[in-house]
Design a protein around this ligand. Structure first.
Ligand SMILES: [Ca+2]
Ligand SMILES: [Ca+2]
Length: 224
């Protein structure tokens, strides 16, 4: 009876996947608490692609995507370095830097980042344009219980947030695959056409938990 009650309670607490098509998360203020935690499938990745669209007017460093494992708090993260004007993918605590991205405020930007452990190469696709391919980390998978957070940058597994690295703005269409997407699939994502939804994170069937002031809103804010 006790066990039955416990399993009922656990079922009630577990988030059910939700189709967030046409929706976005709004992060309306600078805090070191507000974030959305995304539930990923799998705990062992030999390759990854992460795509997202974001809109901000921040004039400081900020996080776009933060995934931590117990071994690496910067397991897979996308960070904007305002001082050096660089988009920085970090894989397993190793950083790569991409300069010359046209990261303008007050407009949507679509970013996809790919990495595979065999070659160790990372590549950034920014608003449809591919970057050069850079070596970052090879030879071992990203392993362990993953905590994926948008809105805050993790310096520990699920915590260690910093106000001055937080994200303020809107975020939508977050997807993650456990393989490197082909250029055509990435282009289809960028152009909002048909593409294979992420098998690790799927915006159309997303399990998530909101902490503090983050709002789920309709993406379309213009008059049709
Ligand atoms: Ca960190
Ligand atoms: Ca940090």
């Amino acid at each position: 009876m006790k066990f039955l009650l416990l399993s009922v309670m656990l079922t009630a607490c577990a988030a059910t996947p939700e189709d967030l098509s046409g929706k976005m998360f709004t992060f309306p203020q600078e805090t070191n608490t507000a974030h959305v935690r995304l539930t990923a499938s799998g705990q062992d990745y030999s390759a990854l692609t992460v795509c997202h669209r974001s809109f901000t007017d921040l004039k400081r460093d900020h996080i776009l995507f933060s995934m931590a494992t117990p071994a690496n708090s910067n397991s897979f993260l996308i960070f904007w370095d305002e001082t050096n004007k660089e988009m920085e993918p970090h894989i397993k605590d190793k950083k790569t830097e991409y300069r010359g991205q046209d990261y303008k405020p007050n407009m949507w930007h679509s970013i996809c980042t790919t990495w595979d452990s065999t070659s160790g190469l990372v590549q950034l696709w920014f608003d449809g344009r591919p970057s050069i391919r850079k070596f970052v980390s090879s030879g071992s998978n990203i392993r362990g219980a993953t905590v994926i957070i948008i809105g805050q940058e993790q310096d520990s597994h699920g915590g260690g947030f910093d106000l001055k690295q937080s994200f303020v703005g809107m975020m939508t269409d977050v997807y993650m695959w456990d393989y490197v997407l082909s250029p055509c699939e990435i282009q289809n994502y960028m152009d909002d056409l048909n593409f294979t939804p992420g098998n690790v994170l799927n915006w159309r069937a997303l399990e998530y938990q909101i902490r503090d002031r983050v709002l789920l809103e309709d993406k379309h804010m213009t008059c049709h």
